[in-house]
Write a protein that binds this ligand. Structure first.
Ligand SMILES: Cc1ncc(COP(=O)(O)O)c(C=O)c1O
Length: 331
């Protein structure tokens, strides 16, 4: 349940822009004025993304608790870990990241930025049986014994307190586009979708499951009710069909979504989150669940560094380069 005494610490630049997407709308079979992009990737801090709004609340709680060190966990290419590192730098706090995998799995993208922002990393082998949350708590205990005052930011940055950041985003969006019918969003650890639902209602928010949690419906319902909003979990709109072979794996539908967004609007999506959300939007239009004449917002939650940390995606994108032999005219 949320701590009403916490006031957010501002880390981003708000409001984020709302942009029209007429060429992508047409490519999907919608009318030109139907599709809009809420650019939360353009929010300033550390390369931007949805984690910033959540960290504004979580970091406020950490500061109120007197913390000097932020500890959090995630995948090697976690955008949340990158933005926690940037928030720590901005606030003058140390950051320790507990990441699953090994450094050579992802020696670019988000991990490179984690290093740039000065974070320290504890690696947990993918074969380790201990859940990442438990390792994270153990790291925090070790830090406490060593005299530090750590604060554990939950996996993916999601809690009902963090979701307040996306309640704010929902309110911001209603000022920009009051008649919005659909908001399509990548669902990872859930607080982004939960916060939007708390303001816009379950019927207007389509969460596209990215494979980061085992049970997205109950995760989401728990986060929403923790915000003090009653929710019928059966009413939640979820697309659980975009995960493919697993969280880190690039699907063909995501590749198509990334290429289509890039080639119609110059919009960069990542293979894990925003690419899946766009694949979910394309599928919802194809299924008639999202149609013409309704205003649909695609929430761009960031994640571009994750594209550069994804070897398969980069290989497939680079393979798209069309070579052209240019011969200067002879004078
Ligand atoms: C780029 C990006 N988009 C969306 C999400 C999902 O957000 P949430 O964890 O709040 O569901 C994440 C984080 O996991 C992310 O990094």
């Amino acid at each position: 349940v949320i701590n009403a005494s916490v006031q957010p610490v501002r880390l981003g630049t708000w409001p984020t822009p709302l942009e029209a997407g007429p060429r992508l709308a047409e490519a999907l079979g919608l009318d030109q004025g139907d599709l809009w992009f809420k650019r939360d990737d353009l929010c300033g801090l550390g390369g931007g993304g949805n984690k910033v709004r959540k960290l504004e609340w979580t970091c406020a709680a950490a500061l109120a608790a007197g913390a000097r060190t932020l500890v959090t966990s995630g995948a090697a290419q976690s955008n949340h870990a990158r933005l926690t590192s940037a928030a720590g730098a901005r606030l003058g706090l140390d950051v320790v990241l507990v990441l699953s995998g090994a450094p050579d799995h992802a020696a670019s993208g988000n991990l490179a930025l984690d290093g740039l922002f000065g974070a320290r990393v504890v690696w947990v082998s993918e074969h380790d049986q201990t859940p990442l949350d438990e390792v994270t708590e153990a790291v925090a205990s070790d830090l406490r014994r060593a005299g530090a005052t750590p604060y554990v930011v939950p996996f993916g940055g999601s809690s009902s307190l963090a979701a307040q950041g996306y309640a704010e985003c929902g309110a911001e969006l209603l000022l920009q586009i009051p008649d919005v019918s659909n908001v399509v969003v990548a669902l990872g650890s859930g607080a982004t979708t939960a916060g939007l639902i708390s303001v816009l209602g379950a019927e207007r928010v389509l969460g596209v499951h990215c494979g980061a949690v085992a049970d997205p419906r109950s995760t989401l319902a728990r986060l929403v009710s923790g915000m003090g909003v009653s929710i019928d979990s059966a009413a939640l709109r979820l697309d659980v069909g975009q995960v493919g072979a697993g969280y880190g794996q690039l699907t063909d539908a995501v590749m198509v979504a990334m290429l289509t967004a890039a080639r119609t609007e110059g919009l960069v999506l990542d293979p894990i989150y925003t690419g899946r959300a766009m694949a979910g939007l394309i599928a919802a239009v194809a299924a008639g669940e999202i149609g013409r004449g309704a205003r649909t917002v695609f929430l761009h939650t960031g994640g571009m560094p994750g594209l550069f940390g994804h070897v398969d995606a980069i290989e497939r994108v680079v393979a798209q380069v069309r070579e052209w032999q240019f011969h200067a005219p002879q004078s």
